[in-house]
Design a protein around this ligand. Structure first.
Ligand code: HEM
Length: 263
């Protein structure tokens, strides 16, 4: 730990010179600033999410559940803020956006490396997304590491196995059967029960973020194609159907509701 330099200021500590000089609109249009700030704040929140996600995974692997839940609760709160911030962006009208959209060229959120890393570290490991980054690039190396390392989903399955559940081939059916036992006897499996609920919190929030993104995109570009080259809102809607709860917590969701039906 290094001692603070003499007379260190708020701006020094936060490197505000660097941070606040990174908003450089490419047009003269007033609203481009909002567009840049929203994207940059989301990237900063994603950075913090990854910081907590790595910690939560390591803690679960060591059976340190109370500490892991603290990190997971923080992730859910950040997700809530990120979802709410779409409302600020919704003040950008289609006419406003069209005035500067051309300056984006082919830039698109689709290329957000941190977003893919979050998906990978949560458990949605879709290797096809790695190939958009050049071989040997820092982004690709980082995403390949995230593909190889245990995700939150895998760490949670490890926790079930260490508690004595036989997940066989780790199929959705085998995992759901284990979570069902947990949901039927929450007092006995309290730590795992809490874990399932925390996974659901994060999963729900991820779905909510995606849904609000689609709504915002529909509102601002209607049925126009995306700057990243996709069909636009219809591509994003398809990812919702494909992914909804399917990755992290689908087995928990399934077991949770089955347990309720039989209660
Ligand atoms: C005017 C605002 C926005 C519009 C019109 C918009 C539009 C789109 C579209 C059409 C796509 C599909 C890929 C493409 O063809 O470009 C996309 C993907 C994406 N956007 Fe946005 N977006 C907006 C704001 C944001 C913001 C603020 C973020 C925050 C980081 C973001 C993050 C993403 C991500 C992560 C994807 C990839 C989603 C996936 O593949 O599941 N977008 N966006």
């Amino acid at each position: 730990m290094s001692a603070p330099p003499d007379g260190m200021t708020y701006a020094d500590y936060l490197k505000l010179d660097t941070l606040l000089s990174a908003q450089q609109p490419r047009s003269d249009h007033h609203d481009e600033m909002l567009f840049i700030v929203i994207h940059q704040t989301k990237e900063l929140w994603m950075k913090e999410m990854l910081h907590e996600l790595r910690l939560a995974i390591a803690l679960i692997e060591q059976d340190r559940y109370a500490e892991a839940y603290k990190a997971m609760a923080r992730i859910s709160r950040i997700q809530a803020v990120m979802t709410l911030s779409w409302d600020v962006l919704s003040t950008l009208t289609p006419v406003d956006y069209l005035k500067f959209r051309h300056v984006l060229g082919t830039a698109s959120g689709f290329q957000s490396t941190q977003f893919r890393e979050i998906e990978f570290r949560l458990g949605l490991k879709e290797p096809k997304f790695v190939s958009q980054y050049p071989d040997g690039s820092a982004e690709r190396t980082m995403l390949e590491a995230a593909l190889d390392e245990p995700s939150l989903r895998e760490a949670s399955l490890g926790a079930l196995e260490r508690a004595g559940f036989d997940l066989e081939d780790r199929s959705v059916d085998a995992i759901s059967a284990a979570w069902l036992e947990v949901y039927r006897a929450p007092e006995r499996w309290f730590e795992l029960y809490e874990l399932a609920e925390k996974l659901l919190d994060i999963d729900d929030a991820m779905v909510a973020w995606r849904q609000k993104h689609v709504l915002t995109v529909e509102r601002i570009i209607g049925n126009k194609r995306g700057t990243g080259g996709s069909a636009g809102a219809s591509y994003l809607r398809a990812t919702l159907v494909e992914l909804q709860g399917a990755v992290l917590a689908q087995p928990c969701r399934r077991s949770n509701t089955t347990a309720l039906r039989r209660a």
